[in-house]
Design a protein around this ligand. Structure first.
Ligand code: UDX
Length: 449
């Protein structure tokens, strides 16, 4: 079986390389010739652990190739996965389906043998059904083209693992013939007893957005409790541990902090609300507006804490540790960390940013921040250190690492990963999100060298 993957961004490139790893012949298609050129040479344009190795391996074996030609994939592949982006529409909350529609139409126009189109992109419910018509109108009637929806749940930083060994597989199908093709594609995972849910288009589309809405809600839930412990005292991590022991709740995704960002959760909850409104069901998803607001207030909180700790931001030196939206990723889309860094800069602070992988992408968006290439360079002489993305090298920081570098021993742990007691014992003014802010009695200065 030959497989094409339309769209070689984050999702598509990962899916294409993993399908080659499973033994299929794969062709990745993108309309961006520069991306195709890079991928053809085994160069991945973003950071994802384990993926560059897979890409290079299968470009070398010849099992994985890339093209910009729909005609080529239309004549060649048996199964076409659509993995193009569905960004937030400019100035609106709804998803922009332009790329999905264009991909389905171009495939329909160019497929010259019986084939199955499989949507993987995250789409508003009802999209697959509307594509049946697009495909019918633009294809050769003598060719049978099936359609299925097979949502993708991969997380950045774990994309290869999540694709090769998913928690579950979902097929949205209209015709049993299409289900058997998908079973053949996923044979390896199914042999390993990965749960399989075979359902209709609508349920398959909704599974993805429901999962992301639930995860976002879980994060905002604990962050809302963070607002309470910040006011009355209490420890948010202990609270999360204690409720997380209840198997019905579970501890994962209860890490309070500066909140969620990235290319999925924020846009997906907004698009879901927009879709619910279109369906006349505004009330059903209204709670997601609150989830979004709680999340955005976390960023305000960090900026306010910085102001409180420094008195005046203008002229103060602030070290920002991490700008990626999460560790093990170079993605800064809707990154809470980058947002906070920019707001501190706009308030007059002299902001120095260090991220192990995301500096380059952040600089592409906000060139005015001072990006440096080491923790030492960021923290040296800093009046305040703000930990915003919990990369391992930041999680393992001790007061001894930073003490000699900084000017004022002040630290905001906006991801709740450091040991507050150790930092306080070393004389730091230490604040984490979820703990009560207590102003220092005297200005804190670092010890003379
Ligand atoms: C998410 C979904 O997890 C994935 O299934 C879907 O396919 C795409 O969207 P991703 O965006 O890669 O994946 O990141 P994820 O690990 O879910 O984290 C999302 C955001 O939530 C990050 O900014 C992270 O820092 C934040 N987060 C996560 C918290 O603030 N607290 C937590 O407890 C967990």
């Amino acid at each position: 079986m030959r497989i094409s993957v339309i769209g070689t961004g984050y999702l598509g490139a990962t899916h294409a390389a993993c399908m080659a790893e499973l033994g299929f012949e794969v062709m990745g298609l993108d309309i961006d010739p520069a991306k195709i050129e890079a991928l053809s040479q085994g160069v991945l344009p973003f950071h994802e652990p384990g993926l560059p190795e897979l890409l290079r391996k299968h470009v070398a074996t010849g099992r994985l190739r890339f093209t910009t030609s729909y005609e080529e994939v239309g004549a060649w592949a048996d199964v076409h996965f659509i993995g193009v982006g569905t960004p937030q529409r400019a100035g609106e909350h709804a998803a922009d389906l332009r790329f999905v529609h264009a991909a389905a139409r171009s495939l329909a126009e160019n497929i010259s043998k019986d084939a199955l189109i499989v949507g993987k992109s995250t789409v508003p419910v009802g999209t697959a059904r509307s594509l049946v018509d697009v495909i019918r109108r633009h294809s050769d009637p003598s060719v049978r083209i099936g359609l299925a929806w097979n949502p993708e749940f991969l997380r950045e930083g774990f994309a290869v693992q999540d694709t090769l060994a998913p928690d579950r597989i979902v097929f949205g199908v209209d015709d049993p013939a299409d289900e058997s093709v998908l079973r053949a594609v996923y044979a390896r995972a199914l042999e390993n007893e990965t749960p399989l849910i075979v359902t209709d288009f609508e349920t398959a589309e909704l599974v993805k957005v429901a999962a992301n809405a639930f995860l976002a809600t879980k994060i905002s839930f604990i962050n809302a409790f963070s607002e309470i412990t910040e006011t009355v005292g209490g420890d948010i991590r202990t609270l999360a541990d204690a409720i997380g022991h209840d198997a019905r709740i579970g501890r994962r995704f209860l890490n309070a902090g500066v909140g969620f960002g990235g290319g999925c959760l924020p846009k997906d909850i907004r698009a879901l609300r927009a879709r619910a409104s279109e369906l006349g069901l505004d009330q059903s998803m209204r709670f997601l507006a609150e989830v979004d607001q709680i999340n955005l207030r976390r960023r305000d909180r960090v900026v306010h804490l910085a102001e409180n700790m420094l008195g005046e931001l203008a002229g103060k030196q602030v070290a920002i540790l991490g700008v990626a939206f999460k560790p093990d990723s170079d993605d800064v889309r809707d990154s809470p960390a980058l947002d906070v860094a920019v707001r501190l800069y706009n308030a007059g602070a002299d902001v120095r940013v260090y991220d192990p992988k995301a500096n380059h992408n952040a600089a592409g968006r906000f060139p005015r921040l001072d990006y440096v290439d080491s923790l030492e360079a960021a923290c040296s002489g800093a009046d305040l250190v703000v930990l915003l993305t919990e990369w391992r090298e930041f999680r393992e920081l001790t007061p001894e690492d930073l003490g000699p570098l900084t000017e004022g021993r002040r630290l905001i742990d906006a991801r709740n990963v450091l040991d507050a007691e150790a930092w306080e014992a070393a004389g730091w003014q230490f604040v984490s999100l979820g703990s009560k802010y207590t102003p220092a009695r005297e200005p804190v200065r670092s010890a003379a060298p």
